[in-house]
Each structure stands twice: as structure tokens, then as C-alpha cells.
Design a protein around this ligand. Structure first.
Ligand SMILES: Cc1cc2nc3c(=O)[nH]c(=O)nc-3n(C[C@H](O)[C@H](O)[C@H](O)COP(=O)(O)O)c2cc1C
Length: 356
């Protein structure tokens, strides 16, 4: 956790593979989204959406598991609780080439509770331990767990400590901890990501008490300064909504947090990232897929820059969906540049007036 003197937040030794990651997010972190994120950061670990063991064992495996080679390092997140099913799915993950399989013990949705997995598994650490052991026996890729600090009104540190301790005895070495409770009744999944209070200190304490484990903190972290601060206490930071909504922030993560050069696309600026992304969208269109499905994940690319709203409006305009991505890109760039020129002229006039 020491920093290099040259790049303040870069690790002195080889960084943990879990140093930075983008959270698994249902409907958001699909393969298109992950491809886009990879244009911005090469070292940040990416997670799939949660896939249930039932969907994998009885559904279309290719649809759930296929990914682009560029996405590595990439982890498959599973939802399930039956050790045998989890082991079978872990094998699929390994066969498909995933770098990690992660078990969801943090999702509070009612649908997930009816399936008796997700956050309610925190009440059954022995079952989770059995599942982790079955998966570890079946594969050689890392098996990790993502969980909360408690469920319902259980506020004590001992609860999460005992959970982690039990699962660690089954061989799990990496824990991703969303630093708030899951309230299993009366809150929507969205509220469950906002209302139960964040308690980072419990996660820091886990790291102190289990120094041999890799402990990754998650929940409510936004700025690079906040990430850097957390890295003083734990091995890694997982960022969810902020990374999705403000993707350009990730463009400097390789240099800042891994001490590595940012990807060429990110170094060359947002235009280059956009160009590479449009190429991807065109390839999607060429194989008969809707480019708009993929594009929705990239609508935040220009956030914070002049003209970003116009750019976003054009890319989201339903009337333009029949055009090619290259044609829409030309319109969006023109509109964005028009606003940017207007802002520049306005600033120049303002400066001239001040100097007059
Ligand atoms: C749209 C959305 C979908 C999510 N789906 C999952 C999921 O499939 N599996 C999971 O473990 N967490 C899921 N989460 C929770 C995130 O992984 C993360 O724990 C949470 O958003 C807190 O991190 P953040 O404050 O950085 O966003 C989801 C979050 C969002 C916003």
C-alpha cells in the first residue's frame, strides 16, 4: 500500500490485480460497456453483470458468457447458492476464459431473495463456504466473494468478521465489501444502494484483522482523491455508478493508480476514444446488431466538456437510429464543436472586455 514518490498514488511494488475495478451492474456492465471501459483503462478489473446459475445451466450460455478478448482482466459474477451448480458454473467461467469467478452475496432484490441467494446468503456463511469450496475444487482461477457489511439491523462488526472468517477458511482470498448493510425488507435495490449508511471503517478493520486477505472496498466512492485515500487502508477499490456515469475519469487511472501508461486511445484524448468506439459500433452494426444498445453505455463520454449535452442528445435521438454510427458521430461532433466554439468566443469577448 506504499506509494511511489514519483506518482503519488501508484503502488511501489506490483499492484494487486484488484487495486481498481468497475463494479458488476445489472443491465449496465454488459460486454459492450466493458469494451468501452477498456478503451479508457487497461488495468482496471471489469466485472460482468450478475448471471444466475439457473440461467447459465439451463439458458443460452453463449449469450451470457461470450466476451471480447480485449476485456481482460474480466470477472464473471454468479448469483446462486447450490454448491454443485456454482461449481458447474465456475467451470464454465474458466472454460470461457474468465480471469475470476465472483459470488454475489450482496444483492438485496426480492427476486434474488426468492431464489435464496444474494445478500440473504450473508445469514448462511456455512453454505457460502461450501459453495466457495466447491468452486475452488472445480477451477484454478480465483474464486472471490462480493458482500455487504451486514443485513437488516445487524450492525455489529462481529457479524461481517465471522462471515469473512468462515469463507476464508474455505479458501477464499479476495473479498469485495460494499460498505453498507442490505435491508432485506421494504427497500428497493436502488434505495439499498443509497439509504443504509456507509461505514468504511468496518472494511478497514477487516483488512487490519485479516492482513493476509485481499480486501476491496466498494460503495459511494467518487473522486480519485477518495480512491487514493481508501487505498491507504485496503488493497483495492471497486467503483460502480461513478465509473459508469463519468467514464472519462477512468482515462487516467492506469497512470495514476497503476504507474502504467494510459491506453493510447485515452492518451490521445476523448476524440480518439470516440473514434475507436465508433469503429466498434460499426462492427456491431455490420453483424446485424443495434449499435444504439451498445452506445447507451458511452453517453457520458464528453461529460464536463462544452457541448456534451448536444453530443449526448444527438447520440440518443431515436430518429437517427437508422443512420450508421459514423454518420451520427459526424453530426454529434459538429454539434458539440459548435457549442464549444460558441463558448470559446464568449470567453474571448469576456476577456477582451476585461482588458479593455
Ligand atoms: C444499475 C446497477 C446494477 C447493479 N447490479 C449489481 C449486480 O448485478 N451484482 C452486484 O453484486 N452488485 C450490483 N450492483 C451494485 C454495485 O455493484 C455496487 O455494489 C453499488 O452500486 C455500490 O457501489 P457504487 O456506490 O460505487 O455505485 C448494481 C448497481 C447498479 C447501480
Amino acid at each position: 500500500m506504499n506509494s511511489s514518490p514519483l506518482i503519488p498514488d501508484a503502488p511501489a511494488a506490483a499492484p494487486s490485480p484488484w487495486r481498481l475495478s468497475v463494479a458488476p451492474m445489472l443491465d449496465w456492465t454488459d460486454r459492450h460497456c466493458r469494451y468501452f471501459h477498456r478503451l479508457l483503462t487497461r488495468h482496471t478489473r471489469l466485472y460482468t453483470e450478475m448471471v444466475t446459475t439457473g440461467a447459465l445451466l439451463h439458458g443460452d450460455q453463449g449469450r451470457h458468457l461470450d466476451f471480447n478478448a480485449e476485456e481482460h482482466p474480466v470477472a464473471l459474477q454468479l448469483g446462486g447458492s447450490e454448491p454443485e451448480d456454482l461449481a458447474a458454473c465456475a467451470k464454465l467461467a474458466e472454460r470461457w476464459g474468465y480471469d475470476e469467478v465472483n459470488l454475489n452475496c450482496g444483492c438485496p432484490s426480492e427476486r434474488v431473495q426468492r431464489g435464496a441467494f444474494g445478500a440473504c446468503l450473508m445469514a448462511e456463511p456455512r453454505l457460502v463456504a461450501d459453495g466457495v469450496k466447491a468452486m475452488r475444487d472445480a477451477v484454478s482461477i480465483p474464486v472471490t466473494v462480493k458482500h455487504r457489511i451486514g443485513i437488516d439491523k445487524i450492525e455489529s462488526y462481529d457479524f461481517v468478521r465471522d462471515f469473512v472468517g468462515t469463507i476464508a477458511e474455505a479458501g477464499c482470498e479476495v473479498f469485495i465489501v460494499h460498505a453498507r448493510n442490505a435491508w432485506l425488507q421494504g427497500l428497493s435495490p436502488k434505495d439499498n444502494r443509497e439509504i443504509p449508511p456507509l461505514r468504511y471503517e468496518l472494511v478497514h478493520r477487516l483488512k487490519r484483522e485479516f492482513p493476509q486477505l485481499t480486501i476491496v472496498i466498494n460503495g459511494g466512492l467518487k473522486t480519485d482523491a477518495e480512491i487514493a485515500e481508501q487505498l491507504q487502508h485496503v488493497d483495492g477499490v471497486m467503483v460502480g455508478r461513478q465509473a459508469y456515469h463519468e467514464p472519462w475519469q477512468m482515462a487516467q487511472w492506469d497512470s495514476r493508480f497503476f504507474g502504467q501508461a494510459d491506453p493510447a486511445t485515452a492518451q490521445a484524448g476523448r476524440e480518439a476514444v470516440e473514434a475507436a468506439w465508433v469503429e466498434y459500433l460499426s462492427a456491431q452494426q455490420a453483424i446485424g446488431r443495434s449499435w444504439a444498445t451498445a452506445m447507451r453505455h458511452a453517453l457520458g463520454l464528453w461529460n464536463g466538456a462544452a457541448g456534451s449535452r448536444r453530443w449526448r442528445q444527438i447520440w440518443s435521438d431515436h430518429k437517427l437510429k437508422s443512420l450508421s454510427p459514423t454518420e451520427v458521430a459526424a453530426l454529434a461532433t459538429e454539434a458539440r464543436a459548435g457549442v464549444a466554439r460558441h463558448v470559446d468566443e464568449h470567453q474571448a469577448r469576456h476577456a477582451a472586455a476585461l482588458n479593455a
